[in-house]
Design a protein around this ligand. Sequence first.
Ligand SMILES: Cc1cc2nc3c(=O)[nH]c(=O)nc-3n(C[C@H](O)[C@H](O)[C@H](O)COP(=O)(O)O)c2cc1C
Ligand SMILES: CC(C)CC(=O)C(=O)O
Length: 361
Amino acid sequence: MSSIFSLEQYREKACKQLPKMVYDYYAGGASDEITLRNNDRAYDRLAIRYHVMQDVEDRSLSISIGGERIDCPILIAPTAFHRLASEQGELDTVRAAGNAGTVMILSTLATTAVEDVVAAASGPVWFQLYVYRDRQATRDLVRRAEAAGCSALVLTADAQVWSVRERDERNGFTLPEGISMQNLEASGKPTFPETEGSGLGAYVEQNFDRSLKWSDLDWLAGLTDLPVWIKGVVRGDDARRAAEHGADGVIVSNHGGRQLDTSPATITVLPEIVQALEGTGTEILMDGGIRRGTDVLKALALGADGVCIGRPILWGLAANGQAGVEDVLRILANELDVAMGLSGVTSVDDLTPDLIAPVAE
Ligand SMILES: Cc1cc2nc3c(=O)[nH]c(=O)nc-3n(C[C@H](O)[C@H](O)[C@H](O)COP(=O)(O)O)c2cc1C
Ligand SMILES: CC(C)CC(=O)C(=O)O
């Protein structure tokens, strides 16, 4: 019987177990970490106007996303370097995703090869793509993800320029011996350059394509038959443009407060994006600061088709490998189930915006 009941307890456990350099990299945000904090707090400013007397005996959390039916509307956001948290890294994560009945979005910067991750999966794996200045390296990533059996691509659009991450600069964040970015082995970019500050910062500056623009979304959509999502959108007009340029889905995200500090908390911009995409058929996921089932309920009620979580997965992974990730997903799904029942709702489709109101000050 586990003595951990909340995602916050997993964070505390991971904090005790991980080396400071790794914990700081996972936990940290950009600059003053204002967006990092606001992502989380913004949920507290929303109240759930629940219904009573609705017969909530039979409830289901299942959703359709990207053409597949999954058991749980909480997906795994792409996060880099899982082998800094557990020996098996991304293999632990993907096995947990399968057992929880959800999707894992695998980072370009994974420390396990995409082929091995998909081979260990029992559910869908999507591939998150960073666009490299070296377009051949980028094409190779797309071809590998396709050949491995990934079922969607997620283009991250909010990290063309490396942000200011003081914790990583101070700690000289780097990858230990024996851990590398295995999807970049073939193109010769699997490790960070030598530097005194953040090795990741230097890597991004050297390799990521800062000229990324809307026409590159057309390029990517033309390059692959896989559905293409765009991640990092916080405005309605950008969401609309994404749809016009062939995106099948949009992930409302500010990169967990790790890129542009003082960018808005994602839950506050979700309604604008839902409205902008009305009638387009473009699907919507959102992430940032989701730590309780009530947070998930609020995002789904305000129009997200599903949500993603980033850091809590890493805390579960650090605390107890695959079993830790499964427990994190179980805890959050259970909290969502309870919140739905207490709101008088039995299916995700029945979560509607009228359930949510600003907290009266
Ligand atoms: C340690 C860490 C690494 C991340 N790496 C990536 C990445 O490789 N690609 C990406 O698109 N987003 C990355 N993200 C952002 C997440 O996908 C996601 O947007 C964010 O973590 C959501 O916020 P949350 O951590 O509050 O749930 C990373 C986030 C963290 C915390
Ligand atoms: C290349 C970086 C932007 C990796 C990442 O997504 C992160 O650390 O937030």
